[in-house]
Design a protein around this ligand. Structure first.
Ligand code: IPM
Ligand code: MN
Length: 338
């Protein structure tokens, strides 16, 4: 595609954690070392494999690796394109690829993900736990600005950003988001329509009329939840990819699904999500560094995916009509022919 690149592989696996003496039940040693994070800072982009290990308790790798990197590298945007590729089955009746094409911009470093709070009187009938929703105007503003900018770049007919929150109950945090959204939108992005949904209503409308949406912006936990709903309407975890972005730092791209250990080594898993993560890596790295060639490469990979999905029987593991490597080869061929 006319550019040179270098890669370096980092083994940050669950196996490594266990071999280094990590406790499979509670976090005991770092999953990733500070020196490795320092080294990752020197790269243009990070391509992250699926996270999860069958013998390690949930949370250890998620927090020790994924959340650790998001927070340390200040990847404050989680970008989730929701696009139903041609020929992909959606559980939504009467909806097709023209109807399901929107982008969720999820705040990725704040909210209830910061770990603020605690537990008192643990394991007694008086146990009390708090989990603080840490919302800052700064964090909301940068996510909101990113969403408006993204909407401008995307330049769809709808040209609309929908803020998703729960302002009727979360009257403090929701209000910070709501005022920031309207003030920034009015002053800096008068060319873009502003829209607001409560998160619960948004879930209904994703199912009832997904064609309504263009770009959405929301906080960390609401974004986590609505993007899984979005993933299933775009064909499931076999196709969904996301980016953890720090537009001025190092961004990280990943397939949305976990490691699905029951399929390890069977050559049946759908590689489309991983390939779509690479398409995003190329496109967003190009956009952050103003490198049109990279952006174009990302677009070509995505076009190749769209040429291949109609040939697949299903996007589910083991039911694609092809093996993992065969789907990969089909995409490579489509890129070559483009
Ligand atoms: C996601 C995942 C993560 C999240 C987990 C694995 C910590 O569900 O990227 O959406 O909650 O952010
Ligand atoms: Mn999630």
């Amino acid at each position: 595609m006319g550019f040179r690149y270098e890669t370096k592989e980092f083994n940050l696996s669950g196996d490594r954690y266990l071999q280094a003496g990590g406790d499979p039940k509670v976090p005991s040693i770092p999953v990733i070392h500070d020196s490795e994070i320092q080294e990752l800072r020197t790269f243009d982009a990070i391509y992250l494999g699926a996270v999860g290990h069958p013998d390690i308790a949930p949370g250890i790798l998620e927090k020790g690796l994924l959340l650790k990197l998001r927070f340390t590298l200040d990847q404050y945007i989680n970008l989730r394109p929701v696009k139903l590729y041609p020929g992909v089955w959606t559980p939504l009746k009467d909806k097709g690829s023209d109807d399901i094409d929107f982008v969720v911009v999820r705040e990725n470093t704040e909210g209830i993900y910061t770990g603020m709070g605690g537990v008192q009187y643990k394991d007694t009938p008086q146990e009390v736990s708090t989990q603080i929703n840490c919302t800052t105007r700064f964090g909301a503003e940068r996510a909101i600005r990113y969403a408006f900018e993204f909407c401008r770049r995307r330049n769809s007919r709808k040209r609309m950003v929908t803020l998703v929150h729960k302002t009727n109950v979360l009257t403090y945090a929701g209000d910070t988001w709501f005022r920031a959204f309207n003030e920034i939108g009015e002053k800096e992005y008068p060319d873009i329509k502003r829209d607001y949904n409560h998160v619960d209503a948004c879930c209904m409308w994703f199912v009832k009329n997904p064609e309504y949406y263009d770009v959405l912006v929301t906080d960390n936990i609401f974004g986590d939840i609505i993007t899984d709903l979005a993933a299933i309407i775009q064909g499931g975890l076999g196709v969904a990819a996301g980016g953890n972005l720090n537009p001025k730092g190092v961004s990280m791209y990943e397939p949305m699904g976990g490691s699905a250990p029951k399929y390890t080594g069977k050559n049946v898993i759908n590689p489309i999500a991983a390939i779509a993560a690479m398409a995003m890596l190329l496109r967003e790295t190009g956009s952050h560094s103003n490198d049109a060639q990279l952006t174009e490469a990302g677009n070509r990979v995505e076009a190749a995916i769209m040429a291949v999905t109609p040939m697949m029987k299903s996007q589910a593991a083991g039911q694609m009509g092809y093996s993992t490597t065969q789907v990969g080869d089909l995409v490579v061929r489509a890129v070559r022919q483009s």
